[in-house]
Design a protein around this ligand. Structure first.
Ligand code: GDP
Length: 386
């Protein structure tokens, strides 16, 4: 009887022990769920007021686009430039090939350069340099003239300018690229294309949709990002752009990406409020890490107006490079020279179409060759006239 009682007691104790073992993980799991959800309810820091972001990037990993590497991309896209800009090179070479290069001819050359938006200073410098060299060297064959013109155009565009972009993680954090400019210039599209350029060159990218004023901008950016596996951090419509930018940098750092690209709002650039907003975005981001590149997007078709717009931005943020978009749709390639001279900032990327891979690192030689067209395009003057 006594033995039976002891056995019963052991069985009861064992049953309690088993029940306890089963219940413990359930309790732990409940506790874990509470810990991860708790911060979402907490009030974020004052500058970071957007709602909490999903913990994991929800970017599909299969079926992603694999863009071609960007090396030589401008050479591949040369046809785009040539289509609209060939006329510039052709008319310059036609005038240069005349028997007599009198003042009227030189004026015609200068006017052609001005029409192509080269700017008064650059056009004047180019004509006087050409004049001197034609006189001193006495060159007159089409090939020689083309070489002279190419040299002088290259000198104006700048071959030794540093056009590199900081895109690799450094000092233990991602590179940060801020993209600014007036809305409609192609800013969001450029962020998307830039993500592709970076992915093509082997970088991992996170996008920050800090243009919270334009309803469709975040969706547009996310669509670009999803295509190449770049997660997009976004906030509520009309939310604080600085907060989204801050979150993007924080998330990019946690995820260990190479580059964080932040799109910003660009409406009403003349309004002090918006410029203050842009300054705040930069300051808030820099509470974590310095911004490596601030790229100003300019629409090449807006010509000198674009240059005036650009000045407003350079007063608020330190612009490190220009992205000149829509060069496929204008014959005003001279804007590359005038914008660089006016702002003292290099053109680093150019947009040559609406296609996903129509953004190319700027290459002075490929650009000038596209302006001049094929060397055979000019027929030599009749024999005996030189
Ligand atoms: P945002 O308001 O500055 O962000 O401008 P979007 O990125 O929305 O672009 C405005 C329009 O310009 C869109 O229709 C783009 O497809 C177009 N766009 C952008 N870059 C280029 C380019 O290099 N060439 C051409 N032809 N269109 C462009």
């Amino acid at each position: 009887m006594e033995v039976l009682f002891i056995v019963l007691a052991i069985v009861v104790i064992a049953l309690f022990a088993i029940a306890g073992l089963v219940a413990a993980p359930v309790r732990r799991r409940r506790a874990r769920i509470r810990t991860t959800t708790a911060p979402r309810l907490a009030t974020p820091p004052p500058e970071v007021s957007s709602p909490p972001l999903p913990a994991e990037a929800v970017v599909p990993t299969s079926g992603l686009d694999v863009p071609d590497p960007t090396a030589g991309r401008l050479i591949r896209l040369r046809g785009r430039l040539a289509r609209s800009h060939n006329a510039l090179g052709r008319s310059l070479l036609t005038v240069l090939s005349r028997d007599h290069l009198d003042e009227e001819a030189w004026q015609e050359i200068e006017d052609t350069l001005l029409t192509a938006d080269m700017g008064v200073n650059a056009a004047g410098e180019l004509v006087s340099a050409l004049k001197d060299r034609v006189r001193v060297l006495g060159v007159r064959t089409p090939a020689q003239l083309r070489t002279l013109l190419r040299d002088e155009l290259l000198a104006q565009v700048g071959t030794s300018t540093d056009r590199g972009l900081v895109t690799a993680a450094h000092d233990g954090h991602p590179a940060i690229i801020l993209v600014v400019g007036v809305n409609g210039t192609g800013k969001t599209t450029t962020c998307g294309k830039l993500a592709r350029v970076l992915v093509a060159d082997g970088r991992t990218v996170l996008l920050g949709a800090a243009d919270t004023f334009r309803a469709a901008a975040a969706d547009q950016l996310q669509t670009w990002g999803d295509r190449v596996g770049a997660h997009t951090v976004r906030g509520p419509e009309g939310g604080d752009p600085a907060s989204v930018a801050f979150d993007a940098v924080q998330r990019g750092n946690v995820q260990g990406v190479d580059t964080v690209v932040i799109d910003t709002a660009g409406r009403l650039h003349t309004k002090t409020g918006l410029m203050d907003q842009l300054g705040k975005v930069k300051r808030v981001v820099e509470k974590q890490f310095p911004v490596d590149e601030t790229l100003l997007v300019l629409d090449a078709t807006t010509g000198q107006n674009g240059v005036i717009q650009a000045r407003v931005f350079t007063e608020v943020v330190k612009v490190t490079g220009i992205v000149l978009t829509k060069l496929d749709g204008t014959a005003k390639g001279g804007i590359v020279v005038s914008v660089q001279q006016a702002l003292g900032i290099p053109v680093k990327l150019i947009g040559l179409g609406e296609g996903p891979d129509d953004l190319a690192p700027f290459d002075a030689e490929a650009f000038v060759d596209a302006l001049l067209g094929e060397p055979t395009a000019i027929s030599p003057p009749p024999a005996g006239t030189r």
